[in-house]
Design a protein. Structure first.
Length: 483
């Protein structure tokens, strides 16, 4: 049965001297990197951690974090990467839901008391990767906690077979190969950054880890100087780059072969700016921790439908359904659901919420166009019920973003005694604008019921580390604000 890391071991055997991990002080070859992962597996075995046992990884150093997580999985143990910003109480609850385990630590994170801790530095630096490799298949490889943008986080396990499918189904769509180089911008404790690194290693390319400059010009110079051809960003990263690249040539990254943007929806205006100012090789992916990526849009799809998130990946079914669970007509708004072998069946503890009849409901609304391309409209729980009329935040946000004073925005519903909910908007302004002016701008393009009744001005929107707006925090700021 295939192990998630078999591609890494295969390249180590066939191309042992090729670069795998480029660090500021040295470069690890494919053989050296595989051996370093095996050292983690061997050390866990020496300390009595059983195959199938859960290993929570609390390692902040990026190369060490990647080594700890992958080394755990190589030996058949289940990696549970811990959120770098989580507090000990959250980690304690997560470990309890996982049924216990040990914590692999570099001593830099605050840990919950009462759990056995193994120091990463005390594990062997290297071992034989073939000798420690354990069969994968349907055995769990990892457990990943969701971001919890609208409620408490949930933890979804995935098997080696599922992880391999999630990794390899995207590889031919990106068109990358052994000569490509990936630089992580997203912390490798998070699936979005880590899975791109594994994808690069699986096809024989190199992962380049460098300190990230604070200023955009220096960051772009780093990408060019290190010959980075694969990059994964969140929409908030994209906005930072676009805002800070004045004076850069266009496109600023002509050698980029795949600039992948995932996470929350990237506004259409930013997509067009990315392809003109950064790189035409924009790829949009839609997915979640429970399913990996479900759809993909590369340059051909974005040429045809610039606002889409693409068509279903091979082996994945995507439908849009009404409230009764019936598929709706092309172009009709509804709830998105997906199915496929790479999808997790349930959350830890047997929680099957979102899993119904062999389908997973990510909680998003959208529609399919005539070419089978999916367009997202927002979250189902963000859909606003104004006196029985449905208001989708994305359409209000799209209009708000056309106002010259609005730099960023998020639209959501707040309780109303008279209307069930009313439309509220959190805005980040780049110039002065009153709520009345913003409301009038919306009413020029939208029905009056869709124009925000409440405006909340902020210096920045609250986001999680992968760029998703934390709507629950916005609602909390307006708690008790009932019309």
């Amino acid at each position: 049965m295939a192990n998630y890391l078999d591609g890494i071991l295969d390249h180590a055997a066939r191309r042992p001297d090729a670069p795998a991990l480029s660090l500021p002080e040295r470069t690890l070859s494919r053989a050296e990197f595989a051996a370093s992962l095996a050292g983690v597996s061997a050390g866990l075995a020496e300390r009595g951690v059983p195959v199938g046992g859960v290993v929570a990884v609390a390692v902040r150093d990026q190369p060490a974090c990647l080594r700890a997580i992958l080394g755990t999985m190589l030996g058949g143990r289940v990696a549970l990467p811990l959120d770098p910003v989580a507090v000990p109480a959250d980690l304690d609850r997560l470990l309890a839901r996982a049924g216990g385990g040990v914590i692999l630590s570099d001593g830099r994170a605050a840990l919950p008391p009462g759990w056995p801790v193994i120091a990463l530095a005390e594990l062997p630096a290297a071992a034989d990767p073939v000798a420690v490799r354990h069969a994968g298949g349907d055995h769990w490889a990892q457990i990943v906690a969701s971001s919890g943008t609208t409620g408490p986080s949930k933890a979804a396990p995935a098997s080696h077979a599922q992880m391999l499918q999630r990794t390899r189904v995207l590889e031919p769509l990106l068109g990358l190969g052994p000569d490509d180089r990936y630089l992580p911008v997203i912390d490798l404790a998070y699936a979005l950054g880590r899975h791109s690194a594994v994808r690069m290693l699986d096809i024989g390319g190199a992962v380049v880890i460098r300190p990230l400059p604070a200023r955009v010009p220096e960051f772009l110079a780093l990408l060019r100087g290190e010959r980075i051809t694969y990059l994964t960003l969140t929409p908030s990263h994209v906005r930072t780059l676009l805002d800070g690249m004045a004076g850069e040539p266009e496109p600023a990254l002509p050698a980029m072969r795949a600039l992948s943007v995932s996470g929350s929806a990237l506004p259409l205006a930013d997509r067009l700016d990315v392809r003109r100012r950064l790189s035409p090789a924009l790829h949009i992916n839609y997915g979640s921790n429970e399913m990996g990526f479900a759809t993909h849009a590369g340059p051909p799809e974005l040429d045809r439908a610039p606002g889409c998130v693409g068509r279903a990946m091979p082996g994945i079914r995507v439908e849009v359904v009404d409230d009764a669970g019936m598929a709706v007509a092309t172009g009709t708004m509804g709830e998105v659901r997906v199915a496929g072998a790479q999808m997790s069946d349930a959350y830890l503890g047997g929680d099957a919420s979102g899993h119904r009849g062999g389908w997973f409901h990510p909680g998003d609304t959208g529609w399919l166009d005539g070419d089978g391309l999916l367009h997202l409209a927002g979250r189902t729980d963000d859909r606003i019920n104004f006196g029985g009329n449905k208001v989708y935040p994305f359409e209000v946000e799209a209009v708000l973003r056309t106002h010259p004073a609005v730099a960023d925005c998020a639209v959501f519903g707040v309780p109303s005694r008279q209307h069930q909910e009313v439309v509220a908007a959190a805005v980040v302004l780049s110039a002065a604008a009153t709520p009345a002016e913003l409301r009038a701008h919306c009413r020029a393009w939208l029905a009056r019921s869709k124009a925000p009744a409440i405006f909340l001005q902020l210096d920045q929107l609250p986001r999680n580390p992968t760029g998703k707006v934390l709507v629950r925090e916005l609602r909390a700021q307006l708690a008790g604000h009932v019309h």
